[in-house]
Design a protein around this ligand. Structure first.
Ligand code: IPD
Length: 241
């Protein structure tokens, strides 16, 4: 890893570990919940506290860097990706799980430079799973190298799907139609409630495919690097990577 990337990574990793303590301390307590785009798109005071903590720590270490944060964007900040080093943050991915004290939730921090992923850190502080990647250096879970499964047969694949957070009837219908179409063609379908962690499971080879329509940049900015560094591919709905 080159010098600036190593320094960026170390600072971010330490901040993510600190933020993990906030999530761990709060997960089994009663949450203050607010509703965002739909009745099932939620935010808690912990989402906001973690995002603030990460952005203030990173911006004081790297004053020139830019930020895209889920809760800052929800609060009206612009969501713009330039060529400048940009930290793309989901303070709590799987907020619904967090609200229910279901331990499949994580902090996701990605650094993009020249519009390409440079660093990916995804941390589940409840199950103590730290997923890390820097460009060209492989993907790791708790320091151990991970690889995608290499499965090429759809019929032999375990698939991660997601329901998403929209109750728009057309979206709901599309989600259900996709599930019906896939159900008899694959080994199994799972939906766990954290896009970033799902993508990281793909990087470990634990699932073979992971798909969702309507994800946001912060859901996949970090985890997508885990997948490509683990030997997998990330494509949009047109099949473009
Ligand atoms: C959500 C989760 C969920 C996915 C949604 C995301 P959030 O992120 O990843 O699994 O289906 O599309 O928005 O709101 O909990 O950060």
């Amino acid at each position: 890893t080159t010098q600036p990337t190593q320094e960026w990574f170390t600072v971010a990793l330490n901040l993510v570990k600190e933020a993990g303590k906030v999530v761990r301390a709060a997960i089994n307590k009663k949450k203050n919940i607010e509703i965002k785009s739909s009745a099932v798109d939620l935010v808690t005071e912990s989402d906001k506290a973690v995002e603030k903590m990460l952005i203030s720590g990173l911006s004081s270490a790297f004053p020139d860097h830019k930020f895209i944060g889920e809760e800052s964007v929800a609060g009206g900040e612009k969501c713009v990706l330039t060529s400048e080093p940009t930290w793309i943050i989901d303070p709590i991915d799987g907020t619904m799980n967090f609200v229910h004290s279901f331990p499949y939730t994580c902090i996701s921090v990605g650094l993009w430079v020249d519009k390409k992923a440079e660093i990916g850190i995804v941390y589940n502080p409840i199950l103590e799973q730290m997923f890390t990647a820097t460009k060209g250096e492989g993907a790791y879970l708790n320091g151990e190298r991970i690889h995608t499964s290499g499965q090429t047969e759809l019929s032999q694949s375990l698939v991660f799907a997601e329901m998403g957070t929209s109750h728009d009837p057309v979206k709901v219908d599309t989600v259900l139609t996709n599930l019906t179409t896939l159900m008899t063609k694959v080994h199994g379908i799972r939906a766990m409630g954290s896009c970033a962690l799902n993508i990281c499971q793909l990087a470990t080879g634990g699932v073979d495919i992971c798909y969702e329509y309507g994800v946001h940049a912060w859901d996949m900015a970090a985890a997508s690097l885990l997948v490509t560094e683990a030997g997998g591919v990330v494509v949009d709905t047109e099949g473009t990577s």
